[in-house]
Design a protein around this ligand. Structure first.
Ligand code: HEM
Length: 409
């Protein structure tokens, strides 16, 4: 590996571990974008790119194949986490073409926009039911009463598994998400993540293979039956990709709703605007995704020596593409730190770009529109009911631990 440029330690993404930086990472991202847009982070041992055009290029051109296989782990002397690697190497998120193209095509036949549309009335009913439970009290913890259970109940419906399983699905997803969103892994948590992974794989395998209980209509059944050019997914591929689809859609949607509502409560004029003009929900949800991106960054591997700005990224080196920083780049967005719910030119990076563009974006957008409409309609005069807020330590999947609010009941 070539000698790396000297780096200013105050630009390291590790600073996100400081709660004050985590509460508002945008000044750090702005410094990175302006002072060292292609930054070598010696603490993370990877490049960090923050300008819109560079993030875009990395997502489009670099390799997504970044998960060591179980054999590679063993060769490195790392044992014990092979079951997690077994899953990840089969998940579309971590594969390149042609394997990725094939897998995504097969999964797409099972996850059509039509299937999502059919769920709309059910999703609305789920949102209402969750609000009904707390409406008479005039108080809600938006994360734990609404934003966390909402996508997991929706996902149970989508999968075609019993609704009451959503609590379990949510717990497994949260554990597995630690592997997806994080670059700082807590060794003490590995045993729990392994346990959850084993239980989750077992749950899906039983649902698929149990002979006396045929699969209900839903995503799982469609994945098992999906066929393109006479080829089907193996059972292991069905399980791995049902899991990445479930996990990919949980914390992210929770955080879109939680961070989005916090943003609106901090800017009451915009909150009133969205409540009074529901026709703004479509552009409003896109703007909230840009402004407080639930998935802040993702990783890639450089395929061959590549000049980016005045730096050369070497073949095989890791790159962190910070979508949340690209989404505030003044070179791309007018007045990027201002919230503009009717922003028209808003091709943000919150769902990624190109081959790995979020597979669940149509569902996420619909869930976002329904959630904001229902919450604003049914919580008159909603306001923050906490002096301090805590953000989750998962630095890639940005979101609040809790969001207490009060409203007129
Ligand atoms: C607000 C909600 C969401 C956000 C912000 C989000 C964000 C993203 C991003 C940034 C990527 C690309 C990651 C990369 O390139 O490394 C991605 C991929 C993906 N997302 Fe989402 N997501 C959301 C909701 C969902 C939902 C609801 C589902 C499923 C129901 C889902 C399933 C997936 C899957 C399976 C991939 C991998 C696609 C591939 O590799 O081809 N996501 N998402």
């Amino acid at each position: 590996m070539a000698t790396k440029p000297a780096s200013d330690p105050s630009l390291s993404l590790y600073r996100l571990l400081d709660p004050a930086v985590l509460a508002d990472p945008y000044p750090l991202y702005a410094r990175l974008r302006e002072e060292d847009p292609v930054h070598w982070d010696p603490f993370l041992h990877c490049w960090v790119v923050t300008r819109y055009d560079d993030v875009h290029l990395v997502l489009k051109e670099f390799s997504a194949d970044r998960t060591p296989s179980p054999d590679q782990l063993r060769a490195l002397g790392i044992t014990g986490i092979e079951p997690i690697a077994e899953l990840m190497v089969r998940q579309m998120l971590f594969l390149d073409a042609p394997k990725h193209t094939h897998l995504r095509k097969l999964c797409s036949t099972a996850f059509t926009p039509r299937r999502v549309e059919l769920l709309e009335a059910r999703i609305e009913a789920i949102a209402d039911r969750l609000i009904d439970r707390v409406a008479p009290t005039g108080r809600m913890d938006v994360i734990n009463d609404f934003a966390a259970p909402f996508p997991s109940i929706v996902f149970a419906a989508l999968l075609g598994v019993p609704e009451e399983d959503h609590v379990q699905l949510k717990r497994w997803s949260a554990d597995f998400a630690e592997m997806l969103g994080n670059f700082q892994h807590n060794i003490d948590r590995i045993a729990q993540v392994l346990r959850s992974t084993a239980e989750m794989v077992d749950y899906f395998r039983r649902a698929i293979e149990e002979e006396d209980r045929p699969l209900a209509d839903g995503l799982l059944k469609s994945l098992v039956e999906a066929e393109v050019d006479g080829e089907r997914l193996s059972i292991d591929e069905v399980i791995a990709n049902a899991i990445v689809t479930m996990v990919g859609g949980q914390e992210t949607t929770t955080n879109l709703i939680g961070s989005g509502l916090l943003t609106l409560m901090r800017q009451p004029d915009h909150l009133a605007e969205l409540r009074d003009r529901p026709e703004l929900l479509e552009t409003g949800v896109e703007e909230l995704l840009r402004y407080e991106s639930p998935s802040q960054h993702t990783g890639r591997i450089c395929r061959e020596d590549t000049q980016l700005g005045d730096r050369v990224i070497g073949k095989g080196e890791a790159v962190m593409a910070v979508m949340a920083a690209g989404n505030r780049d003044p070179r791309r967005f007018a007045d990027p730190d201002a919230l503009d719910l009717s922003r028209a030119d808003n091709r943000h990076l919150a769902f990624g770009w190109a081959a790995h563009f979020c597979f669940g974006a149509p569902l996420a957008r619909m869930e976002g529109r329904i959630a904001f409409r229902k919450l604003l309609e049914r919580m008159p005069n909603v306001a923050l009911a906490a002096d301090t807020l805590e953000w989750r330590e998962n630095l890639g999947l940005r979101g609040l631990k809790a969001l207490p609010v009060r409203f007129d009941s």
